[in-house]
Design a protein around this ligand. Structure first.
Ligand code: CDP
Length: 237
C-alpha cells in the first residue's frame, strides 16, 4: 500500500491518500490538544500508544459485529483504514456524568446515569462543537433519519461491548465520543477510540486515566494511557 498525498491534517492525526481510492492511511502524531486546540503539546510515545490502543479496540468491536474502518496496522504510528465519507457529527454516550454535561446542566460530577445518556455535537471547532439534536441533523441534511438511527444503535452497541471490556480490566467507561461515516451505502465507525476521546476511571479509586489528565494538567498522561493498555492486554511492543 503506497502512501500518497496528505489529505487532512487534524489536531492529532494526519490522513493520507493511498494508491487504492477506497483506502486511507492515518498517522497518529504525538500532538495532543484540548479546548478546541487552545492547549497543544507533544507527548512522547502518544501516537504509538493511541494507534495500537485504537487497533485493539476496533478489532474487538469488529468481532462483536460492529462495522469499523479498521483494516490493518502498518507501523507503530500508522494504520490502514477504509475511506469513509465522514458524517460531521460526534456521538457521545455517558455512563457517568462528567465534563461538559456537568457544566451545562449543573449536575454532580460522578453520578451514575441509568439509563446512559446520548448526545450529538456538531464537529466545528470554530463554534466549539455545539450540542445539536436529531432534527438539526435532518434539517441541515448532515445525515438521513436512517443514518441517525444507525449511529445511535451502533453507539449503544459499542457501549455494551466496551463497558464490559473495561470493567473486566478494573476500569469505568465514564463517557466516549464516536464518529461515523458512509462506506458503500453503510454507516461505519471511523476516527479513533483511544483515551484521547473517552473518560476512563480506575473502578476502585476513580483515578482519571484519560485525556482529563492533560486537560487538567495532572501529568502522567501517556503513562496513564499505557496503564490502561496494559490492563486490557494491548501489545505496545
Ligand atoms: O471533554 P469536554 O468536557 O470538553 O466535553 P464532553 O462533552 O464532556 O466530552 C464527552 C466525551 O467525549 C469525553 O470523553 C471527551 O473526551 C470526548 N470528546 C472528544 O473526544 N472530542 C470532542 N471534540 C469532544 C468530546
Amino acid at each position: 500500500m503506497e502512501k500518497q498525498r496528505e489529505l487532512i491534517t487534524g489536531k492529532a492525526k494526519t490522513v493520507y491518500a493511498t494508491d487504492d481510492p477506497d483506502k486511507l492511511i492515518i498517522l497518529f502524531r504525538n500532538d495532543t490538544s484540548a479546548f478546541d486546540g487552545e492547549k497543544l503539546e507533544q507527548l512522547d510515545r502518544k501516537g504509538m500508544v493511541n494507534n495500537r490502543f485504537n487497533a485493539f479496540i476496533m478489532q474487538k468491536l469488529e468481532q462483536a459485529g460492529i462495522p469499523t474502518h479498521f483494516e490493518k496496522l502498518l507501523a507503530d504510528d500508522e494504520v490502514l483504514v477504509k475511506n469513509l465519507d465522514m458524517i460531521p457529527v460526534e456521538c457521545v454516550i455517558r455512563n457517568i456524568a462528567s465534563g461538559s454535561i456537568v457544566r451545562r446542566l449543573g449536575v454532580e460530577d460522578g453520578i451514575e446515569l441509568n439509563p446512559p445518556t446520548f448526545e450529538f455535537f456538531l464537529k466545528n471547532d470554530a463554534l466549539h462543537d455545539p450540542m445539536i439534536n436529531d432534527y438539526h441533523i435532518y434539517s441541515f441534511k448532515w445525515a438521513t433519519e436512517q443514518e441517525v438511527a444507525d449511529m445511535k444503535e451502533l453507539t449503544f452497541k459499542v457501549n455494551q461491548v466496551l463497558t464490559k471490556l473495561f470493567a473486566d480490566a478494573g476500569l469505568l467507561l465514564v463517557d466516549y465520543k464516536l464518529e461515523f461515516g458512509r462506506y458503500k451505502g453503510k454507516v461505519v465507525l471511523g476516527d479513533e477510540f483511544s483515551p484521547d476521546g473517552c473518560r476512563l476511571w480506575d473502578a476502585k479509586t476513580r483515578e482519571k486515566l484519560d485525556k482529563d489528565r492533560f486537560r487538567q494538567g495532572l501529568g502522567g498522561v501517556v503513562e496513564a494511557y499505557e496503564e490502561v493498555a496494559s490492563r486490557l492486554g494491548v501489545d505496545l511492543n
